[in-house]
Design a protein around this ligand. Structure first.
Ligand code: FE
Length: 171
């Protein structure tokens, strides 16, 4: 099993159990600031509840889904970067944003493959691919294979409430 797959599994298990820690090996990683290979923000459930609003917590730590068209980021068309509301990691670029018509911010790509962890999500009787922030484990949304053919063919369907938009140069 690859390290990435193992991490995905650990992350999924942690999410199911409601545990804040992603894996036992991340305890030491929490103190190393810029590792690209280990999660860098590990908080307890109580700490997450302090950091996030109840609505943010429901989506980002509880695998909830915001109502379609509820996020102002659906219509965001400026140049900039979308970062994780949980930890500030750069996740998506305005360059890859497009209007999928679903009511959720949609992107054809992640800013870098290392920015997220993708794992199988079998909730609600559907097999989907969940997308979580690599650095803090927060749930972002799902990725589907019905994106624009002229780019990647992927559709990252993301909860706007899990993102913060920073206007400026594209990532
Ligand atoms: Fe994050």
């Amino acid at each position: 099993m690859s390290r990435r797959a193992a991490l995905s599994l650990a992350l999924a298990s942690a999410a199911f159990a409601g545990a804040a820690s992603i894996s036992p090996s991340t305890a030491s990683a929490a103190t190393s600031s810029s590792s690209a290979t280990a999660p860098s923000l590990v908080l307890t459930e109580q700490e997450w509840r302090k950091r996030l609003t109840p609505e943010e917590f429901d989506v980002m730590r509880g695998y909830g889904t915001e109502k379609p068209f509820s996020s102002p980021l659906v219509g965001e068309k400026r140049s900039g970067v979308f970062v994780c509301k949980g930890c500030g990691s750069k996740l998506f670029s305005s360059r890859d944003k497009y209007d999928a018509g679903t009511g959720w911010p949609s992107f054809s790509a992640v800013v870098s493959p290392e920015a997220v962890v993708e794992s199988e999500d079998a909730r609600f009787g559907l097999i989907r691919t969940a997308v979580n922030c690599f650095a803090c484990g927060s749930h972002l949304g799902h990725v589907f294979a019905d994106g624009p053919e002229e780019t990647t063919g992927l559709r990252y369907c993301i909860n706007g409430i899990a993102l913060k938009f920073e206007p400026g140069p594209e990532a």
